[in-house]
Design a protein around this ligand. Structure first.
Ligand code: C2E
Ligand code: CA
Ligand code: CA
Ligand code: CA
Length: 279
């Protein structure tokens, strides 16, 4: 038993070392990746529940690594947050996604909005408001067409700083969405106080509909609350007809999920949008 314990300790040690090594390599590689244009943007449709047509899009980052293949954002974003590189990366996302949006507009693709994820680190960096203003001025995009997604945790911490930045963002005319709603510690008070426009119901509540009565109750409650507060809703991670039927029955405006499409390249997005509009 003692030998076994020792082996296990060694195993943990080596797993730890490996993950640390990967993490450090990822961190070093992010700079190179930016320089080599290894990052790209994918777009996931946000869909009208009532006719299943595309209304908007969320921009999701991808990193293609020559040896490791596609690295999902769940892995590299936390590494980039640790080193602060997310600020540069996030700035790149804002610029690139705005450019893509303008390209779409010139191509006759009119969306209600383009949604962009914000990291807490990026949010707390002093350059954010300036970055957004510059990107808006350079592209001439109507600020109403831009939604920034923030998480509940960002609202709770450092409230005076947060409210100051959010007020500045709203003053620019852009809109705000709460991402992964229901998984943090938000309250109705926060939603009112911070002048949020859109709630995105986290996938974990949608996943087990229609088998889990509790999830259906929670989702139903969020939807009726959102209506009372005049907030738009996006249900995340919709994969089945049954989930969509439930959402429709509870007056949910929009959804995102594999039932319509995963995140796809800009060109694929244009094709899918045009396909929707064909009679
Ligand atoms: P998120 O903002 O909650 O994005 C939704 C995630 O769910 C995406 O994963 C998307 O591909 C996935 N998803 C969408 N529909 C379905 C579905 O029907 N079923 C399942 N199983 N999954 C679905 P992805 O692209 O891997 O992104 C993961 C997270 O990385 C995002 O979660 C977001 O927090 C973060 N992220 C992505 N791009 C950026 C970015 O540009 N900046 C920042 N700060 N974070 C980003
Ligand atoms: Ca998001
Ligand atoms: Ca989300
Ligand atoms: Ca999520």
């Amino acid at each position: 038993a003692k030998a076994e314990g020792k082996n296990r300790a060694q195993l943990y040690q080596s797993e730890f070392t490996t993950s640390l090594k990967t993490k450090l390599e990822l961190e070093a590689n992010i700079e190179l990746a930016i320089a080599n244009q290894a990052f790209s943007l994918h777009f996931q449709p946000i869909v009208n529940c009532s006719n299943n047509q595309i209304l908007s899009a969320e921009c999701l980052m991808r990193w293609f690594h020559p040896e490791l293949g596609y690295i999902t954002p769940d892995k590299f974003i936390s590494a980039a947050e640790t080193t602060g590189q997310i600020v540069r990366l996030g700035r790149w996302v804002i610029r690139e996604s705005f450019k893509e949006f303008v390209k779409w507009q010139q191509n006759g693709i009119e969306l209600e909005y383009l949604a962009i994820n914000l990291s807490p680190v990026q949010f707390n960096d002093g350059s954010l408001i300036n970055d957004i203003s510059i990107a808006l001025a350079e592209t001439g995009i109507n600020p109403k067409s831009i939604v920034f997604e923030i998480t509940e945790g960002m609202l709770v911490h450092n409230q005076s700083y947060t409210s100051n930045i959010l007020k500045k963002m709203k003053k620019l005319g852009i809109r705000l969405a709460i991402d992964d709603f229901g998984t943090g510690y938000s309250s109705l008070a926060y939603l009112k106080y911070f002048d949020v426009d859109i709630l995105k119901i986290d996938r974990s509540f949608i996943m087990d509909i229609p088998d889990n009565p509790q999830d259906m109750q929670i989702t139903g409650a969020i939807l009726s609350m959102a209506q009372d507060l005049n907030l738009k809703v996006v249900a995340e991670g919709v994969e089945t007809e049954g989930q969509l039927a439930f959402l429709k029955a509870h007056n949910c405006n929009t959804y995102q999920g594999y039932f319509k499409s995963p995140a796809i390249s800009g060109d694929e997005f244009v094709a899918l949008f045009k396909n929707d509009k064909q009679v």
